[in-house]
Design a binder for this molecule. Structure first.
Ligand SMILES: Cc1cc2nc3c(=O)[nH]c(=O)nc-3n(C[C@H](O)[C@H](O)[C@H](O)COP(=O)(O)OP(=O)(O)OC[C@H]3O[C@@H](n4cnc5c(N)ncnc54)[C@H](O)[C@@H]3O)c2cc1C
Length: 656
């Protein structure tokens, strides 16, 4: 580690030299890796234990596949059923380079679109594999009976998502995540029935057990009885989803949190690109202080809906139906004629902010500004008929009507960007192994494939690619060196992990302060949104770091956590999660501060082109920022993984 202390906020450590990807042409790397990975014979698999935390698309698919292979799997989730994981909320679709539409799609094009969409901040090798595996996912899900939308002739239908010019998104109305999760869940249930997977629902992982540098288990709390349990294994997989709820308001399920990842980070797992957050352009706007959750309107709506605001500020109060076309600014179609309403999310979000900052937003004022733009289906209904629109998007329209009381078949929807997805996550190599041997990370919980901006319908693809196809092949190489030396519950590392969980719970319950956990979470969210949200500045980020530090100090002095440890206690659960968000938030701001460039969702106001687009600085920042926990009260350590573009040319992104 070099000793340079950069302004006291972080230190720079050794670069990451190896990502464990095999050498050779990119199109052959994955085949090569699968071949090189040692096999474990079926009789030996029964002697190997794997813990999988998470039962969303990534965790359920990994659990089902490893169970089917014959390993002993222990699967954990904090919901009452694995099929309630947040993946069930996914609406719009899943990408795959099947080229069913014959519109020029290919593995290489999906690879290219994803790297470009991520603003050239993702790793080529992983993204290529994702594109390659995407086609298998659809076959797997169809075989499971996932009811993808079909065309009249019976073939699977496709639609388009942002940042691409082909139709490669498979969907099941606006319920794609639900249908895919039911597929993965039933495969998992089958293994539970077969005895290869043991399910622990209503269990929250609160600590990782690391023995001799290797991940060997977890400490979990039974959320119903409060019992603290130790679970040991030969390898641990985290498939624990994203951390968008650090912003308090987001489209994520209320329970989404960073605790599993953060606990692993504190035990040595690097956290990569924490500042890369996706702000989704089409969400129901914030309407006041009363909300604790925001609702997504799927990006698929941008296939047929047109986005606009009035050209003149004085028209913003008018009934939109009375504003003629010549007085409307279809700003995305105007600025980006090639991609129009289907520009990537980071770009669509920023432009929505720009027109609202310009005083041309619509809907009620929040603070000094109206924060809304129209998403209008008038032309689609004229062209296709209301029934056709209903059959594609019916459940989304119903949801909008129930929340806003307005009928989107008659008046345009009002939408505004909201926090939605986190591209950052635990650093993993080509094998999805973190910097702690034996700890693998899958799905949204890892950082791997989306660079600085994820393209729509690519998260489901990545989660299922990781769980069904990638991890089962790579983890077996690690497991082939096992079973690892047995450890007992009295091992000092196990006792240390258990004591730290119990100590923390005791501490949270004994503070007995005056502010609720939610009050701290909301304040943290406001800081993050204001200073580390859609636009970031050096000054704002420095301020945010100070504010978060003093909020964290107050939290540990003044939080009020009701109830007891030995019973169901949601206040306690939430307190632990918010405590971790208070540490993560600071790291996100440090990461955003150190990255003095704009790329994808990370928009630094100081680094933009003349027409206000994100301006990268490839000379200095073409790397993954992988952060190592520096120790309590010490600065984090930055390890850079240089990004090398062998197959795709680095260019300024353009969707014009
Ligand atoms: C509203 C919405 C719509 C979306 N629509 C799409 C879409 O159309 N297409 C697309 O590609 N993507 C979409 N996304 C993104 C996508 O849904 C997610 O990125 C993806 O589902 C994440 O899956 P996952 O398996 O990684 O994690 P999750 O589904 O979030 O599952 C996390 C699992 O980890 C468990 N867990 C977490 N922490 C702990 C802990 N400490 N202890 C025990 N268990 C724990 C949870 O119980 C859960 O089982 C959408 C996201 C949102 C918010």
């Amino acid at each position: 580690m070099t000793s340079s202390l950069i302004e006291g906020l972080y230190r720079e450590g050794e670069p990451i030299a190896d990502t464990a990807a095999p050498a050779g042409p990119i199109a052959q790397k994955w085949e090569q890796r699968k071949f090189d990975a040692h096999l474990v014979n079926p009789a030996n698999r029964r002697k190997l234990d794997v813990i999988i935390v998470g039962t969303g698309l990534a965790g359920a698919s990994a659990g089902a596949t490893l169970g089917e292979a014959g390993y002993n799997v222990k699967s954990f989730c904090y919901q009452d059923s694995p099929r309630r994981a947040h993946s069930i909320a996914a609406q719009g679709g899943i990408n795959a380079a099947k080229n069913y539409k014959g519109d020029g799609d290919s593995t290489h094009r999906l690879f290219y679109d994803t790297v470009k969409g991520g603003d050239y901040r993702s790793r080529e090798t992983n993204v290529y594999r994702l594109a390659e595996v995407s086609v298998d996912i659809i076959d797997q899900c169809v075989a499971q009976g996932v009811p993808f939308a079909r065309e009249y002739g019976g073939l699977l239908d496709n639609r388009s998502f942002g940042g691409v010019q082909v139709s490669r998104t498979f969907y099941a109305r606006g319920q794609t995540g639900q249908q895919l999760l039911i597929g993965a869940y039933q495969a998992l249930e089958r293994q539970i029935g077969a005895g290869t997977v043991k399910m622990y629902s209503r269990h929250e992982m609160l600590e990782l057990i690391v023995v001799d540098g290797k991940a060997r288990g977890i400490i979990a709390r039974d959320m119903v009885t409060g019992e603290i349990e130790t679970h040991l294994a030969d390898a641990v997989v985290l498939a624990t989803g994203g951390y968008g709820n650090v912003y308090f308001l987001s489209t994520n399920a209320m329970g989404c949190n960073v605790t599993a990842n953060w606990r692993a980070h504190r035990k040595g797992a690097y956290f990569a690109n924490p500042c890369y957050t996706q702000i989704h352009p089409t969400c129901i706007p914030v309407s006041g202080e009363h909300q604790s959750k925001l609702t997504l309107m799927s990006e698929s709506l941008r296939n047929d809906g047109r986005i606009w605001v009035p050209k003149r500020r004085e028209d913003c109060d008018k009934d939109p139906r009375e504003i003629p076309d010549e007085d409307r600014d279809y700003y995305l179609e105007r600025i980006y004629p090639s991609f129009g309403n289907l520009v990537p999310r980071d770009i669509a979000s920023r432009q929505a902010k720009n027109v609202c900052d310009d005083g041309r937003g619509v809907g009620p004022k929040v603070g000094d500004f109206r924060r809304g733009v129209y998403l209008d289906f008038r032309d689609a209904i004229d062209r296709l008929g209301e029934e056709a629109v209903r059959s594609k998007y019916g459940n989304l329209f119903d949801m909008y009507r129930q929340i806003t009381g307005e009928d989107p078949y008659k008046v345009p929807m009002r939408i505004y960007p909201a926090v939605h997805y986190t591209m950052g996550g635990l650093w993993v190599d080509y094998d999805l192994q973190s910097s702690i041997p034996g700890l693998f990370v899958a799905g949204e919980a890892n950082f791997s494939d989306h660079g600085a901006n994820r393209l729509g319908a690519s998260a489901l693809m990545q989660g299922l690619a990781d769980g069904y196809f990638v991890l089962p092949n790579t983890i077996r190489d690690y497991l082939s060196h096992g079973p690892y030396e047995p450890i007992s519950e009295s091992h000092p590392a196990v006792i240390e992990a258990r004591d730290s969980v119990e100590g923390r719970i005791h501490m949270l319950l004994s503070i007995n302060g005056e502010r609720s956990v939610d009050a701290f979470h909301r304040e943290l969210g406001n800081i993050m949104w204001e200073y580390c949200g859609m636009e970031r500045t050096e000054e704002g980020l420095r301020k945010a770091i100070d504010l978060i530090r003093s909020l964290r100090e107050e939290f540990w002095r003044n939080v009020r956590v009701l109830g007891a440890a030995d019973t169901l206690n949601q206040s306690l659960e939430k307190a632990g999660r918010v405590a971790d968000f208070l540490e993560l938030g600071e790291l996100m701001c440090i990461d955003a501060l150190h990255r003095r460039e704009s790329c994808g969702g990370h928009f630094r106001a100081e680094s933009q082109t003349e027409d206000g687009e994100a301006l990268r600085n490839d000379d200095e920042f073409a790397y993954v920022g992988a952060w190592e926990w520096g120790g309590e009260g010490s600065a984090p350590v930055l390890h850079k993984e240089d990004l090398e573009y062998e197959f795709i040319e680095l260019k300024q992104r353009s969707y014009k």
